[in-house]
Design a protein around this ligand. Structure first.
Ligand code: ATP
Length: 583
């Protein structure tokens, strides 16, 4: 058991070069911290056995061994003392090796005082949080916070949350993999939120959304007069994320030329604005997300091996929703509560037991995003407090919103007849058994005929299984026979501002898609193809609009007269806006 002294614990510096030891001692004392020095591994071990330190800073090569041995020793000890290494100039391999062994950060020679300062601040912030956790204190950045950001009772999500608190302690880059819509960005936000960087910005950049010619200025900024139109100096994503976290979403889309530049920044932790004479140091933790197989891309020469090695220090895989079906009720509950807030509803709408069953049986190729989109539509369609099977529509609509298009010839997923039969006799239940959703005040109303057959004409979804349901309903629920379905109200025409007289049968999904495409194009034309400006015109977030644009295959050149209009400002604003929201 180590003795704890009152006041902040000192920092232990281990280096066999007397000059560097002295320089570090002076710099650290100037920052107001107590320092203990060791010139060898043996001396360091004696110090470590005698008392506790708030941070250990060790050189990699020492006269009697390697600094990485101290890293391994400390990272497997229960005290969780943060340890950082000092690496020789340009020795990227050492840095990666140390981070993998459990060092929370590294600093390259020649030591930059700015970097030293931020490293110490991060280490001490982390230590305070760890002590609060050890002492049972209610630190906000705890596992609870991770659980609220990434809810779910499945073993897969428990594993993600366990990994998350470990990953949040380090400064090392992380590659977050997983299918589209599985929550990679959300996981990145959670890592940031539970890290000591939480008070600083979180900037998410979609690497695929920035034209190649503008990438450098978007990432690193530019000096005044660097090119025509550069009227004032501007920082890029790295400067905006300083002190915080930068998420490179869809990192596989980075062109090779940009990969080289990014590698340099990761190694040197310095950036140079376009047209600037000086480099500036940046303190940014880089996280990456990709639904593509990066190691496969390395093998095929599409992604640089050295960059992959640098980025893939730590890894997190987000499970698909199919791997954690048991989380669907909790996720649905959380999403419905969120929708209630958005719609200003006092009580969130709830899924009927049958609707929940249908969702639990659905494969969700678009993962949580698809669940979210599906519930969003269902929430709007549901007349009462309960979302019924019919409000979900044929789940083809959800598939259209997913990243994985329905293969040609494959029919839309429809709720199985068995589920529809269950629906006939089922009482509605709250979607999520989470205490918070139940505490929201909803109490199950008396069983009623699900909207699917009480008013099939109103929900507006094409319903090939209506006949099966019509037979099942009265027999099982004892309800009077359902009314004859009425023609769908011509909402399409109303939305488009023109009269619409449908002569049935119609291809409703196809018509809705055409209408959506038309409205998006109108908004894009109005804003000169600026998606950031177009999104609020459509009542969508930037990401939702970008997603719909991708899914509908809308291309500037093909679909929009504003061909050639640069979208870079758009991408930049987007990133800045996201960072702003999360800062
Ligand atoms: N655990 C969760 N709880 C609630 N909502 C979630 C959860 N995970 C993801 N979502 C929601 O699902 C949507 C998709 O999540 P996110 O953008 O993080 O996925 P992604 O894997 O990064 O997708 P892409 O690969 O397309 O960028 C978001 O709207 C997000 O808020």
């Amino acid at each position: 058991m180590l003795l704890k002294t009152p006041g902040p614990d000192p920092i232990l510096v281990i280096d066999d070069e007397a000059d560097l030891r002295e320089l570090l001692e002076i710099s650290i004392r100037r920052m107001g911290h107590d320092v203990v020095l060791a010139g060898s591994l043996a001396e360091a071990r004696q110090h470590l056995a005698a008392r506790r330190y708030s941070l250990v800073l060790t050189d990699m090569r020492l006269g009697d061994g390697l600094g990485i041995d101290i890293v391994r020793q400390l990272s497997s000890a229960p005290e969780r003392v943060p340890v950082a290494v000092i690496t020789a100039y340009g020795s990227a391999d050492n840095a990666v090796e140390a981070l993998k062994a459990g060092a929370f950060d590294y600093i390259a020679k020649p030591v930059s005082l700015d970097h030293l300062r931020s490293l110490i601040l991060n280490a001490l912030g982390r230590q305070r949080r760890d002590s609060a956790e050890e002492g049972g204190g209610a630190a906000p950045e705890t596992a609870d916070r991770a659980a609220s950001l990434l809810p779910g009772h499945s073993p897969a999500m428990h594993e993600v949350r366990r990994a998350l608190s470990r990953l949040a302690r380090s400064m090392a880059p992380i590659v977050i993999s997983g299918e589209s819509g599985s929550g990679k960005e959300r996981a990145a936000r959670a890592i940031h939120a539970v890290s000591t960087r939480a008070a600083h910005p979180f900037i998410a950049v979609n690497c695929g959304a920035i034209p190649e010619t503008l990438m450098e200025s978007e990432f690193f900024g530019y000096a005044k007069g660097a090119f025509t139109g550069a009227d004032a100096e501007r920082g890029g994503f790295f400067q905006a994320a300083n002190g915080g976290t930068l998420l490179l979403d869809e990192v596989a889309d980075l062109p090779l030329a940009m990969q080289v530049k990014l590698l340099r920044v990761l190694q040197e932790r310095r950036v140079r604005k376009i047209g600037a004479s000086r480099e500036e140091s940046v303190d940014v933790r880089v996280l990456c997300a990709s639904h593509k197989d990066l190691s496969g891309m390395v093998a095929s020469g599409q992604f640089r091996q050295d960059l992959f090695y640098r980025l893939n220090v730590l890894a997190l895989r987000m499970p698909t929703l199919r791997e954690r079906r048991e989380d669907i009720p909790v996720l649905a509950g959380a999403i419905l509560e969120h929708l209630a807030v958005r719609y200003g509803d006092r009580y969130p709408k709830r899924l009927s037991a049958a609707a929940l069953q249908v969702l639990s049986d659905y494969p969700f190729p678009g993962n949580v995003r698809e669940l979210e989109n599906l519930l969003e539509r269902a929430y709007a369609f549901a007349e009462g407090l309960i979302i019924e099977v019919a409000d979900l529509g044929p789940l083809e609509a959800g598939m259209a919103l997913s990243a994985t298009p329905r293969p040609a010839g494959q029919p839309p997923y429809l709720p199985p007849a068995e589920a529809l039969q269950r629906a006939a006799g089922a009482a509605p239940v709250a979607a999520a058994p989470s205490p918070s959703s139940l505490a929201a005040g909803w109490s199950a109303p008396a069983p009623a005929a699900p909207a699917a057959w009480s008013d099939p004409g109103q929900h507006g979804w094409p319903d090939p299984q209506r006949d099966a349901r019509a037979e099942a309903a009265p027999a099982r629920s004892g309800m009077p026979p359902e009314p004859v379905p009425q023609p769908v109200a011509p909402r399409l025409g109303e939305l488009a501002g023109e009269p619409c007289r449908a002569s049935f049968p119609i291809d409703l999904p196809g018509r809705l898609e055409a209408l959506e495409r038309d409205l998006i194009l109108q908004a894009l034309q109005q804003t000169g193809f600026n998606r950031t400006a177009a999104a609020p015109l459509l009542g969508l977030s930037f990401r939702q609009l970008r997603y719909r644009i991708q899914q509908l295959g809308i291309r500037e050149g093909r679909d929009d007269p504003a061909e050639g209009t640069a979208d870079s400002a758009d991408g930049g604003q987007f990133a800045a806006a996201e960072g702003g929201r999360d800062a």
